[in-house]
Write a protein that binds this ligand. Structure first.
Ligand SMILES: [Zn+2]
Ligand SMILES: [Zn+2]
Length: 254
């Protein structure tokens, strides 16, 4: 399995260690052709992107790409913050992204929790009580985020927030949204792998590296791919390059 892309990498702009140049050098040393930086969105609890840091990071990205000969994409890992598909990334940042990745995280700033306690508290901290209701509730939120934003990647589906993965992946497939094979949280897909595969969705590799030595490393994902017999040509980052949505001038309407 020849890895050519890693589309989920953190830096010290959020809770990762090391800067863009460190990540690009590590990717170049492994023979990767492209990577995407995807730091946590603006609502993450302690370490997160801001508009200002994001703009500075885009300059770092341009410099690192030209130094290392690796294509470096500017992304962000947004959190779903509410049941109407709200996220923690302003439109002005989304409009400048190459890659918009969305997932569920429970460590968010109080203002987001206060704005949507029913969603964030039940999912992050409430356990699996009333499982069916919770799945229906979360699925509506995931489908709404696909309606509302030019999402490119759904990351670590099933991690922390239970969803109807088949329904979410069918909607993603219709919209050309990739489902991530996340090295840190690949276990979250085990319980729903049949529905995910049957949905026809395409996949993308994301190491979710927070330290530089984890960039481009996919041992757990490789084992998952073998175990479930997933065709490599269905996965971006193994030879194949993804195509992301154009976000220039994006403004959400709902
Ligand atoms: Zn995440
Ligand atoms: Zn991440």
């Amino acid at each position: 399995m020849k890895i050519t892309g890693d589309y989920h990498i953190h830096t010290s702009a959020s809770d990762g260690r090391g800067g863009v140049l460190d990540k690009a050098r590590a990717a170049a040393a492994l023979g990767l052709e492209e990577i995407a930086i995807a730091d946590h969105g603006c609502g993450s609890f302690l370490f997160h992107q801001t508009e200002k840091k994001f703009a500075a990071q885009q300059r770092e990205i341009a410099a690192a790409a030209s130094e290392c000969g690796v294509r470096v994409l500017s992304g962000i890992e947004a959190s779903i913050t509410g049941e109407e598909g709200e996220t923690d990334v302003p439109d002005s940042v989304i409009a400048k992204c190459d890659v918009l990745t969305v997932g569920f995280h429970r460590f968010l700033q109080p203002r987001f929790i206060l704005a949507s306690p029913r969603f964030l508290l039940v999912n992050g901290w409430g356990g699996e009580r009333a499982r069916e209701k919770l799945v229906a509730f979360n699925t509506r939120a995931w489908l709404a985020v696909l309606e509302r934003y030019p999402v490119d990647v759904l990351c670590h589906i099933g991690h922390r927030a239970l969803v109807d993965a088949g329904a979410v992946c069918r909607a993603a497939a219709e919209r050309g949204v990739y489902v991530e094979l996340n090295e840190k949280h690949i276990d979250a897909l085990e319980g729903c792998v049949e529905e995910v595969l049957a949905s026809g969705v395409e996949f993308i590799l994301g190491s979710d590296a927070h330290s530089t030595d984890k960039v481009g490393r996919f041992d757990a994902v490789a084992a998952f791919i073998r175990r479930h017999g997933i065709a490599e040509n269905r996965i971006c980052g193994i030879g194949r390059k993804p195509v992301f949505h154009d976000k220039k001038g994006f403004k959400h309407t709902k």
